[in-house]
Design a protein around this ligand. Structure first.
Ligand code: SAM
Length: 314
């Protein structure tokens, strides 16, 4: 009985001291004389409702290891630490480290690493803190490096269950849409190859200190167990996708033909497009992920015929 009362008291203390209360955030910032750095994309969350939504969408449980990118002064970290088994938070700004030490002093399941997330070996962290099992990534991301962070997580083979992150609203839209939308592009296809995107909530600027000058959204990317399409050469497919959207206003044929990354002949490309069964003047933005995969296989096969023919004649 006594123990339960202590637990309740402790929870109360923690919740009144929570940084999602804007007064507490302001107090911590003033106490430490912290100066926001625009170059690090520092907009701290001050809305408990939004934080609850993010944590619920990520589905954090007491078994989980969570990687948090950019803990700031530890607002979301406090929420994560109360639910996860282990939270590993990577923060680039050295000025925030002593603050985090103080705001996270109640928790013994948080490790803060003062590093640039783009330079950290995340696979090694997953091995060290989660025995190589899939981790959850939860963050209010620094918007200036959203794409390299997300693509880096997918491409480097880090075992991942889901990535639930706050991003710029337009970027969330680009990740989620399919062909026919003006927002559809290389990012949509890359994200959807690796994961199932779902926009959890739109978040207005007044939920942050300082207020960002763009709208934000929380998106959950649930890692596919197996990719939604089969493709023989994934690298080639992504080269085709990049080439198609680099020259958005050109036809697919011209876009692929002009790309310095590709060396197919114009006739080969035209033949593959015909075999794909789409109009000759089609634009890349009309193709689905399945069609890019098939086009990649067709071009791969055609180039093999091209290479093997002279060999046969000899
Ligand atoms: N999680 C906090 C919150 O929600 O209040 C802060 C989020 S703020 C949008 C982004 C955080 O990422 C900042 O603390 C910033 O210093 C940090 N950051 C920026 N670039 C980073 C990088 N390359 N590696 C690690 N952290 C970075």
């Amino acid at each position: 009985m006594e123990r339960r009362e202590t637990d309740v008291k402790e929870t109360e203390n923690r919740s009144t001291g929570k940084l999602s209360n804007p007064q507490n955030t302001i107090q911590v910032i003033q106490k430490h004389g912290f100066a926001f750095q625009k170059k690090f994309g520092q907009n701290f969350l001050i809305d408990a409702h939004v934080l609850d939504k993010i944590i619920a969408a990520a589905g954090v449980t007491a078994d989980d290891m969570v990687l948090e990118i950019g803990p700031g002064i530890g607002t979301m970290t406090q929420y994560l630490a109360e639910r996860a088994r282990q939270v590993t938070a990577v923060e680039i700004d050295t000025n925030l480290i002593p603050i985090l030490k103080e705001t996270l002093s109640d928790y013994d399941n948080v490790t803060v690493i003062n590093e640039d997330i783009l330079k950290v070996d995340i696979k090694k962290l997953a091995e060290e803190y989660n025995a190589g099992k899939p981790i959850k990534v939860v963050a209010n991301l620094p918007y200036y490096i959203t794409t390299p962070i997300i693509m880096g997580l997918f491409e480097s083979g880090v075992p991942i269950d889901n990535i639930t992150v706050m991003v710029q609203k337009e970027v969330a839209d680009r990740m989620q849409v399919g062909p026919g939308s003006k927002d559809y592009g290389a990012l949509s296809l890359a994200v959807q190859y690796y994961a199932e995107p779902y926009i959890v909530a739109n978040v207005p600027p007044n939920c942050f200190i300082p207020r960002p000058n763009v709208g934000s959204a929380v998106i959950r990317l649930t890692r596919h167990q197996t990719p939604p399409v089969e493709v023989k050469d994934r690298e080639l497919m992504f080269k085709l996708i990049r080439a198609s959207f680099n020259q958005r206003r050109k036809t697919l044929l011209n876009g692929l033909n002009n790309s310095p990354e590709l060396s197919f002949g114009k006739e080969q490309i035209a033949a593959a497009i015909e075999q794909l069964g789409v109009p000759a003047a089609v634009r890349g933005e009309a193709l689905t992920l399945e069609q890019f995969a098939r086009l990649s296989d067709l071009l791969g096969e055609l180039s093999l015929i091209h290479i093997s023919e002279p060999t046969r004649l000899q």
